[in-house]
Design a protein around this ligand. Structure first.
Ligand SMILES: Cc1cc2nc3c(=O)[nH]c(=O)nc-3n(C[C@H](O)[C@H](O)[C@H](O)COP(=O)(O)OP(=O)(O)OC[C@H]3O[C@@H](n4cnc5c(N)ncnc54)[C@H](O)[C@@H]3O)c2cc1C
Length: 477
């Protein structure tokens, strides 16, 4: 037991990973555990890339806009925070997504389970895949189970469905979700379910159809594909912040360095944080809930062998641009959630969501809202445009793609530098090496979107796991 009778834990990073960790510690404290949780955040607000904004009556998600309903952690956390009644689903009745193909919007074929076609007719009629590759897809049904090592998503999809599926479907989907490229992302780390299916069944189409038949036998509630919170994802941030002790939430307190102090009274090392704004001394444990490159920087002098694999995890940058219009624009758009743009089509836009269609309650009836996504691993340079240049570029590309020449009512530009971990080929080995090396540092725990998934639910799980491991360590101390 430490001198003042309470363990002091520092959580560094106030994005959703760090908030989930701090909240788990706060719950343990409320349940009687002798500890103080402190949260250190470099910016003046919490939430990290979760940032909900408002303009002209519209609710704008500057970063993530929703979470996948099939992963439970975000919904569970919302329930615990008393926000279950605020969870809203996407309006899936209108769920069409388009892909820009030879300058025109083509519908993403119905029945596509992320990358795997499961319905014949839409695949036969889609212009996105040439005839020879359609015939090849029928052959895919007869593939034998096969165990291969890690490879790129592009290599994997090409082996099963041909190059057009990579360029016209897989790559734009991955760019829209991960800001990444199918040629670089690892199939085992990004889409492990499909790698396992290949190993078990050989044919992905057969495996997906089988899994779907099984799922139909399990009665489920009417789950939308995407869920979010009625007043924006920042509701998570606010609700967690309210449950933390205000004097221990340190915003504008970026951690510049960590000093390891000699073993304290309980025989374990202590930690001091060199923060912008002064030294914060005397912590018994640390949770670094940061982008991997930032954890690498803070750990490099202490253990280069731990910092090296962290520093090797690439991150992409992105920009979102929200454009608000008069409601008549709704009638000028095709029905659906939005569109994706394959790289070779030319525009710098990667994706565009028709927010008023996906989450109708976020946009008043007299407005239309488009949210554009740009940047990613192939176009970091776009972040150098100033707001005016970015707005001009986006409006011009919307004009080319949608024929939209209406004057917008507002444009908002948001930049997210080095914020999305890229699970490149070999990622799982790097993460295993990090966890292995971390065993040499009792009292230090890591979380973040590089660890076990980049989605909001994955980050919540990562933060909660780090906090649980930390509580176990303190209990053993
Ligand atoms: C534009 C965009 C759209 C996305 N869309 C979706 C989506 O729709 N659905 C989904 O599930 N996921 C989405 N994601 C992914 C998901 O939102 C992120 O992976 C997740 O929110 C990351 O949370 P985090 O806490 O790990 O990291 P971050 O949110 O990056 O938080 C890290 C925090 O650490 C702070 N920090 C950094 N260095 C220091 C330091 N030295 N000291 C103190 N603090 C420091 C930062 O200021 C930041 O607040 C999106 C991501 C982006 C960028």
């Amino acid at each position: 037991m430490p001198a003042n009778g309470r363990f002091r834990v520092a959580v560094i990073g106030g994005g959703i990973s760090g908030l989930a960790a701090a909240y788990r510690l706060a719950k343990a404290r409320a349940a009687g555990q002798p500890l103080e949780e402190h949260l250190f955040e470099a910016q003046t607000r919490l939430g990290g890339v979760i940032h909900t904004d408002q303009a002209d009556g519209c609710l704008i998600e500057a970063g993530p806009d929703s979470f996948l309903s099939e992963k439970p952690q975000a919904f569970e956390l919302a329930r615990e925070l008393g926000l279950a009644g605020d969870v809203v689903g996407s309006d899936d009745a209108r769920r069409h997504t388009y892909i820009l193909h030879r300058g025109k919007l083509a519908t993403l074929p119905d029945g596509l389970m992320f990358l795997v076609p499961t319905r014949l007719l839409p695949m036969l009629t889609t212009p996105l895949v040439p005839f020879a590759e359609k015939v090849g897809m029928l052959r895919e049904l007869f593939r034998k189970p096969q165990a291969v090592g890690d490879e790129s998503v592009a290599g994997f999809v090409e082996r099963h469905f041909g190059r057009a599926m990579v360029e016209n479907i897989a790559d734009p989907l991955l760019a829209g979700v991960y800001g990444g490229s199918a040629d670089e992302l690892s199939i085992r780390a990004t889409l492990p379910r499909f790698a396992d299916m290949e190993q078990r069944e050989g044919s992905l189409i057969r495996a997906v159809l089988k899994a779907r038949r099984k799922m139909r036998r399990v009665p489920r509630g009417p789950l939308a594909l995407f869920s979010t919170l009625e007043n924006g994802l920042a509701q998570f941030t606010r609700a967690i912040e309210q449950r933390l002790e205000p004097s221990r939430v340190h915003c504008g307190a970026g951690v510049a360095g960590i000093r390891v102090a000699p073993a304290g009274g309980h025989g374990r090392p202590g930690y001091d944080l060199v923060c912008h704004g002064g030294l914060q001394a005397g912590f018994d444990a640390l949770i670094l809930a940061l982008p991997a490159h930032e954890s690498a920087r803070l750990l490099s002098s202490r253990d280069p062998e731990l910092a090296a694999p962290l520093a090797q995890i690439p991150y992409s940058s992105s920009m979102t641009v929200a454009v608000g219009y008069h409601h008549r624009v709704r009638r000028m758009l095709p029905p659906g959630f939005g569109f994706l743009v394959p790289r070779r089509e030319g525009p710098r836009l990667l994706a565009c969501t028709f927010v008023h269609a996906k989450f109708p309650s976020r946009v008043p009836p007299d407005r239309a809202l488009l949210r554009c996504f740009l940047g990613g691993s192939r176009d970091e340079a776009i972040l150098n445009l100033d707001d005016e240049q970015a707005a001009r570029l986006v409006l011009e590309e919307l004009r080319q793609i949608l024929g939209l020449s209406e004057e917008p009512l507002f444009v908002r530009v948001y930049r997210w530098r080095r914020s999305m971990a890229q699970y490149a080929v070999g990622h799982l080995d790097r993460v295993a090496a990090i966890h292995q090396r971390l065993r040499h540092h009792p009292g230090t725990f890591l979380a973040g979107n590089w660890e076990s998934g980049i989605g909001i639910s994955d980050c919540i799980r990562s933060g909660q796991t780090a906090a649980s491991n930390c509580l176990r360590y303190l209990a053993e101390t």
